[in-house]
Design a protein around this ligand. Structure first.
Ligand SMILES: [Zn+2]
Length: 284
């Protein structure tokens, strides 16, 4: 049997700090000592009979890796039985959840807060390790729930102020880029398609918006639409702010999607101050 390290030991090598029970992960500590300190794990540094070098449960001496293996095997062989038991006793299980659900949820949340750093790192590693499986799983889920999802998307488009503002901004930008703009929009924006294009393309290597779009560039709102709709309920005013020339810039699509600028960033704050002054608004 070859030696293998359990995944948690690898996390330790990455220098991640652990939960109380895992703090002593790489420190040798006997079961007796662990009991005295009420730790749930101890660590001898010696391999188990299957070759895992990792912590053991103080309660039963079994190594955590073996224990996880047993649990997995058990649940695989008893899957059907468990499912049938659950179906037979569905009321019992509902009753249990009613009684203890809140407590369990709270305990889980508290445990998460205590071990946040560890959990975040653990989840990150988990996602990397199981990337392909997870991608497939979510794709399947999206397919299974496609009707609900498209309903939700429609509902979101219909009711969310930020979605509506985004839609109208996109439509306006498109019209501006081909040199058309309706009179009513011009009254709000006070710039011509030519002025729009000159502003957006200045300091870039592009001579037309089409060229920029073909190269994966987007028009970005410096003060985010979400921020605007959170603070302004008047739709016309929100549109004016969002589409103010000074709030628009051309940006590589990839960067835009990463949302590297938070509202606190210098350029956003500067633009925000400018807009507030221009439109005579106050909010923070
Ligand atoms: Zn083991």
């Amino acid at each position: 049997m070859s030696m293998s390290y359990c995944s948690r030991v690898q996390l330790c090598h990455n220098g991640v700090s652990h939960a109380k029970s895992l703090n002593t992960y790489m420190d040798i500590i006997s079961r007796k000592e662990a009991k005295e300190k009420s730790l749930i794990h101890y660590f001898t540094g010696l391999p188990c009979k299957r070759g895992h070098i990792c912590q053991r449960w103080t309660s039963g001496c079994v190594c955590v890796e073996c224990n996880a293996l047993f649990a997995k095997q058990w649940s695989e062989t008893h899957k059907k039985e468990q499912h049938e038991y659950y179906k037979r006793n569905i009321e019992k299980s509902k009753e249990y959840n009613r009684k203890h659900g809140k407590k369990k949820k709270r305990q889980r949340a508290e445990s998460y807060q205590r071990n946040k750093e560890y959990e975040l790192e653990y989840n990150k590693q988990y996602r990397i390790k199981h990337k392909d499986r997870l991608t497939k799983h979510y794709k399947q889920k999206r397919y299974e729930n496609r009707e609900t999802l498209s309903d939700n998307a429609r509902e979101y488009m219909r009711t969310s102020p930020v979605a509506q503002l985004r839609k109208i901004c996109q439509r306006t930008a498109k019209r501006l880029s081909v040199g058309e703009i309706s009179e009513s929009k011009f009254k709000l924006l006070l710039y011509t398609p030519k002025e729009f294009q000159d502003h957006i393309l200045k300091d870039t290597k592009f001579s037309s918006l089409r060229g920029a779009w073909d190269n994966g560039y987007h028009i970005d709102h410096i003060v985010p639409l979400k921020y605007i709709t959170n603070n302004i309920t008047n739709k016309e005013l929100a549109f004016q702010l969002a589409m103010d020339k000074e709030n628009l810039r051309l940006i590589a699509g990839k960067i835009n999607l990463q949302k590297f600028d938070s509202v606190k960033s210098e350029i956003t704050q500067k633009t925000l101050r400018y807009l507030l002054l221009k439109y005579g608004l106050t909010f923070d």
